[in-house]
Ligand binder design. Structure first.
Ligand SMILES: [Zn+2]
Ligand SMILES: [Zn+2]
Length: 101
């Protein structure tokens, strides 16, 4: 990924941040946008990815940092919500509640 690439701040569409600065910006901007921050979910593949909860599924499907479930299961305890059709994803609490249909 090009560190000079401009990416859009998830909290404010008017913010265009260089990719290398984004982590710092997100910390600051989240404080200024707590209301929006609550509506954002964190990508299970990359904590730097913040997406609106309703777009999380879409993001997960297209995430550039997506890894196979086997890799995730190697790092974590087995998913708790095997009833959902989300077996493709890591089943962190946050993810599970967002995926509930
Ligand atoms: Zn921002
Ligand atoms: Zn992601």
């Amino acid at each position: 990924m090009d560190p000079e690439r401009l990416v859009q701040c998830p909290y404010d569409k008017n913010h265009q941040i260089r990719a290398c600065r984004l982590p710092y910006h997100l910390v600051k901007c989240r404080k200024n946008n707590q209301k929006i921050a609550r509506e954002l979910a964190t990508c299970p593949y990359n904590a730097r990815h913040r997406v609106p909860k309703q777009e999380l599924k879409l993001h997960i499907a297209t995430c550039e940092n997506k890894v196979s479930p086997e890799v995730l299961e190697g790092k974590r305890i087995a998913p708790v919500c095997s009833k959902t059709q989300s077996s493709l994803y890591e089943c962190g609490e946050q993810v599970c509640s967002s995926l509930k249909l």
